[in-house]
Design a protein around this ligand. Structure first.
Ligand code: ZN
Length: 231
């Protein structure tokens, strides 16, 4: 018996320190997230049958051009009010929303499934939305960095594998979301690689790719807009 226990010990120790994927657990500093109360969230109660166990990460864009001066603190309450009024949604459709300057906002609690206008089943998805229309605008480095930090932290907190990171269009034939300039970081595995590095405690080395041939040229402007210099 004693010999057996000694043999088992290293295995037990490894199990305690490694995730199911066999990765060594490292601390991830929680990202700064603007709380619901701070942006004035006023959700309706979400029915209990909408509860979910989050098991995957799905990336979206707003699909609306982000203009200079656009402000998340105005956009978010407007999105929530529109969803309640026109769609019958009790809360904003996404769990986290990321502004062009990298600020992260808390949306619907992850304990509840989100919403979609397309045909996929949102149950089990953590929905992360980046503001901008990445069919015609470029995602910013600040947005990508915030996304990596947020997604790595969510993966660690909720024990979700980075292998599950996908874009909305991977689940639905009805959309190009999250837009070609952002989707390539998912399709080419960049986002997954950066998150995996962060989960291993390494610098993620997030970097922008070159402008997509024939793709968007302008980055989403940071907000609120800085006054333009006049000459
Ligand atoms: Zn989407």
């Amino acid at each position: 018996m004693r010999v057996t226990w000694i043999r088992l010990l290293p295995t037990a120790w490894l199990a305690a320190c490694a995730s199911p994927a066999g990765e060594i657990q490292t601390e991830i500093e929680p990202p700064v997230i603007v709380a619901r109360a701070a942006w004035g969230s006023q959700p309706d109660p979400i029915p209990e049958q909408r509860r979910q166990t989050p098991v995957r990460i799905t990336i979206h864009h707003a699909g609306v051009v982000w203009k200079p001066g656009d402000d998340p603190l105005r956009k978010l309450p407007a999105l929530q009010a529109w969803g309640k009024r026109d769609k019958g949604w009790p809360d904003v459709p996404y769990h986290y929303l990321i502004a062009p300057d990298g600020r992260i906002f808390a949306g619907r609690p992850v304990a509840y499934e989100g919403e979609t206008n397309t045909e996929y089943d949102v149950n089990g998805h953590v929905l992360v939305q980046l503001w901008g229309d990445f069919e015609v605008q470029r995602v910013t480095l600040a947005q990508l960095r915030a996304t990596v930090h947020l997604v790595a932290w969510v993966c660690r907190e909720l024990d979700i594998s980075p292998e599950t990171i996908a874009g909305h269009r991977d689940w639905s034939r009805q959309t190009s979301c999250p837009g070609k300039d952002l989707y390539r970081y998912i399709a080419r595995g960049d986002l997954r690689t950066w998150v995996q590095r962060m989960l291993r405690g390494e610098p993620p080395k997030v970097a922008l790719r070159a402008q997509l041939p024939g793709g968007p040229v302008e980055f989403v402007p940071s907000s609120p807009a800085r006054p333009q210099a006049t000459h």
